[in-house]
Design a protein around this ligand. Structure first.
Ligand code: OFO
Length: 162
């Protein structure tokens, strides 16, 4: 059985993951509104991926006999100014999520909850990838900053994400 403290922390993380999904969906609608269909599709897939993170936590919590509680979702911004700004926000958001996952892991270590430590390993690795991807795309966008029209090439390329 999972501790109450850990249960609450996982429930908070479920909320944070669904919020991530909501945030990226908001970025997708923003990209669509300024006609970057590739970025819109990328953010939408990212949003769906975040929802799978939330479900992963929810399933784990229930498997351990915990009670999953769904809390209210925060309202993401509607305007992200530019595609570059969207990715700056993505990177900074992912860093926040990484810090949260590390805190969860520290709690599991403190409680000698070995099963949760092992479970969280996947999230720790995933965050390395999430931050690297956001950073890589942001670098590409910055590289073409001064070349008008080039962002559309990245848009086309990035829209191919499976
Ligand atoms: Fe973006 O990895 Fe979950 O939140």
């Amino acid at each position: 059985m999972i501790s109450e403290k850990m249960q609450n922390a996982i429930n908070d993380q479920i909320n944070a993951e669904f919020y991530s999904g909501y945030l990226y969906l908001a970025m997708s609608t923003f990209a669509e509104s300024i006609n970057y269909k590739g970025f819109a599709s990328w953010f939408r897939k990212q949003s769906e991926e975040e929802n799978t993170h939330a479900f992963k936590l929810l399933d784990y919590l229930q498997e351990r006999g915990g009670r999953a509680i769904l809390k209210a979702l925060g309202e993401p911004p509607a305007d992200f100014k530019s595609i570059e700004y969207s990715f700056e926000q993505t990177l900074s958001h992912e860093k926040t999520i990484t810090a949260r996952i590390h805190k969860l892991y520290e709690l599991a270590v403190g409680e000698k909850d070995y099963a949760t430590q092992s479970f969280l390993q996947w999230f720790i690795n995933e965050q390395v990838e999430e931050e690297a991807t956001a950073e890589e795309i942001l670098d590409q966008i910055k590289m073409v900053e001064s070349k008008p029209g080039s962002l559309f090439y990245i848009d086309r390329h990035i829209g191919k994400r499976q």
